[in-house]
Design a protein. Structure first.
Ligand SMILES: Nc1ncnc2c1ncn2[C@@H]1O[C@H](COP(=O)(O)OP(=O)(O)OP(=O)(O)O)[C@@H](O)[C@H]1O
Ligand SMILES: [Mg+2]
Lengths: 330, 241
């Protein structure tokens, strides 16, 4: 398909991101601290984006509230634990390529198993409750509890260490700044995922169908497309991405507990609401905003860090009640 | 009389606890434009949606080319060659005009003579090809909605009040386009409140009231009979909008 001309980008939310960064620099004072915090914020934001992108599309496309989305994150993180253990020789080796040979399978296993689980979950848990929000909340919350118990059975209740291979540790020292390598890697992977999704959504027919379906699924069906099939595909892909995000997040924290996914749920809901439900661009901008603000506030005023995301959501919604990049529903 | 492309017999539709269609019975002859008329709330939109499976009929049968489609799923019904232009137009606002048409064209990208015809009927489609469809004016959105329905050959087009809320000049534009479309072998079932459009385009007519068909016949006969119009529609067509 030809590039789409004349489709303009709404710059205001990006300007807001820049303004937040500039304001933080003024408040923090030290440029090196600011760079460190900014990169930490971007890394956190992009990991949240990877985890939450499926959630926003699933809601946008089928109005499904999946309170068990965190399950796929947890599974991804635990798969990373087990895979790195399996490849412990490569993970422990003092070579970048060897480390990569351990981390790649970990990420792939996380995506594969989370995707399969997503397929099963959609079929067994989500499908019977299409269009019934209250039941969705109840049954997906229940599903999450059951799944956490199953994780206990397989991996035990204790905190699992998830050490990153040597070449993903440490920091680049530039002047008086220390930039953690892993954060840069997280940023890079996040940007690749975002670019891939934008290409898919804007340049392929499947992507067009997803965007059209988020707006008006009835019309998509009236044109002869099976929205259910599309939805299953999106659900599986979103679960796989959550699994990938979970593996990366686990390595970021260097430990995994059963609640790793559930702990992210509130943050993910804040992000997709800030972004505009069903909007991938919005999810991206919202995740970056949340990541940056969390890191800046955590440094400037640790005591209010917990509430800062809620406050951020309230402020954004006062500005744009439908979120940063609202999806038009027809 | 021509053979019927679409036949509804004894169709009932419930929406939640409401009994909306109460035994709808009429046929759409192949190759003709059939007008579905009736007061507000008579059940015209519900009838179109039931044909397409967007509401499921609770009783009765809908036959398309003699095959029973009553219980089929919407995408399957659409893929039989039925296009739908809803009352709300159903434009994908975040997609460009081009992308809207790409999705509507099931057999390859829109191109060639068909696309040229669309550009000829509706020049704004060409002008705003790359514009997000949400930015089009109401009339242009309607043009796009109709373009989506005719971007490929279809056996049947269901159109719900295409002239609603449009200025007279655009209405005439649409009427001309439909008049030319009628020259092809496309069959059309159209809901229309605009008398001028209904009278100049309709071959046959079905009139609904309270979820039932209360009259079927030739459009020309109804147009000539004011007493019948008053009886069926409350007003004569001449004064009806
Ligand atoms: N989703 C719904 N839930 C409940 N009732 C509905 C719904 N949609 C339509 N109805 C009712 O069904 C009846 C028929 O509606 P319908 O839209 O088919 O009428 P119409 O003939 O198309 O009217 P109009 O000319 O105003 O478009 C109305 O009484 C309407 O209130
Ligand atoms: Mg109607």
């Amino acid at each position: 398909m030809k590039p789409i001309e004349g489709q303009r980008l709404d710059w205001a939310p990006l300007a807001l991101l820049a303004a937040v960064g500039v304001a933080a620099l003024a408040l923090i004072g030290s440029p090196s601290t600011w760079v460190t915090l900014t990169i930490a914020g971007l890394a956190m934001g992009l990991l949240i984006f990877i985890m939450a992108s499926g959630l926003t599309l699933v809601f946008g496309l089928m109005d499904v509230m999946n309170f068990a989305h965190g399950l796929f994150i947890a599974i991804g993180a635990y798969l990373a634990v087990s895979t790195l253990r399996l490849f412990s020789a490569a993970a422990g080796a003092d070579s970048f390529l060897a480390n990569l040979a351990a981390v790649m399978p970990a990420m792939l296993a996380a995506m594969l198993v989370a995707g399969l689980l997503g397929w099963f979950f959609e079929r067994v848990i989500i499908r019977p409750v299409y269009g019934q929000h209250l039941k969705q909340i109840l049954i997906t919350t229940g599903g999450m509890i059951v799944a956490e118990q199953l994780i206990h059975v397989f991996w035990g209740p204790d905190l699992q260490p998830l050490a990153r291979p040597a070449s993903l540790r440490g920091a680049f020292i530039i002047g008086d700044m220390a930039i953690e390598k892993y954060r840069l890697i997280a940023v890079a992977i996040g940007l690749v995922v975002f670019a891939g999704m934008m290409l898919l959504l804007n340049r392929t027919k499947i992507g067009l169908l997803i965007r059209a379906g988020v707006e008006n699924k009835e019309m998509v069906e009236a044109m002869g497309y099976r929205i259910r099939r599309l939805f299953v595909g999106v659900f599986v892909a979103g679960s796989a991405l959550a699994g990938l995000g979970g593996a990366l997040w686990g390595m970021y924290q260097e430990s995994v507990t059963v609640h790793i996914g559930a702990n992210m749920m509130v943050l993910m809901f804040i992000v997709i609401i800030i972004g505009g439900l069903g909007s991938i661009g919005g999810c991206f901008a919202g995740a970056l905003l949340v990541g940056l603000v969390a890191n800046y506030v955590g440094y400037l005023a640790p005591k209010v860090a917990l509430g800062s995301n809620i406050l951020l959501m309230v402020l954004v919604l006062l500005w744009r009640p439908q979120g940063l990049y609202p999806v038009s529903k027809t | 009389m021509a053979e019927n492309l679409l036949e509804l017999s004894g169709v009932h539709t419930h929406i939640a606890q409401y009994h909306i269609l109460q035994g709808v019975e009429f046929a759409v002859p192949r190759g003709e434009l059939t007008m579905l008329l009736g007061r507000n709330g008579a059940g015209k939109t519900t009838t179109l949606r039931t044909i397409l499976g967007l509401w499921r009929a609770s009783a009765g049968t809908i036959r398309f080319e003699s095959a029973d489609i009553t219980q089929r799923e919407t995408p399957d019904i659409a893929n039989l060659g039925i296009a739908y232009v809803p009352e709300s137009m159903g434009i994908f606002a975040g997609l460009t005009v081009q992308e809207n048409l790409v999705l509507a064209a099931r057999n390859g990208a829109p191109a060639g003579e068909r696309l040229e015809r669309i550009f000829r009927f509706f020049p704004p489609i060409k002008t705003f090809w790359h514009l997000p469809a949400g930015l089009l004016s109401g009339g242009q959105k309607q043009m796009l909605a109709i373009s989506r329905a005719i971007v490929e050959p279809r056996k049947l087009i269901l159109i719900d009040e295409p002239t609603k809320g449009l200025a007279p000049a655009i209405i005439n534009n649409l009427i001309e386009a439909f008049a030319e479309l009628k020259q092809t072998d496309t069959t059309i079932l159209m809901v229309e409140q605009n008398f001028h459009a209904a009278r100049s385009l309709g071959d046959s007519v079905a009139v609904m009231d309270s979820g039932r068909i209360v009259h079927t016949g030739r459009m020309a006969e109804l147009a000539a009979n004011e007493a019948l119009q008053t009886k069926l529609l409350g007003l004569s067509l001449e004064t009806h909008q």
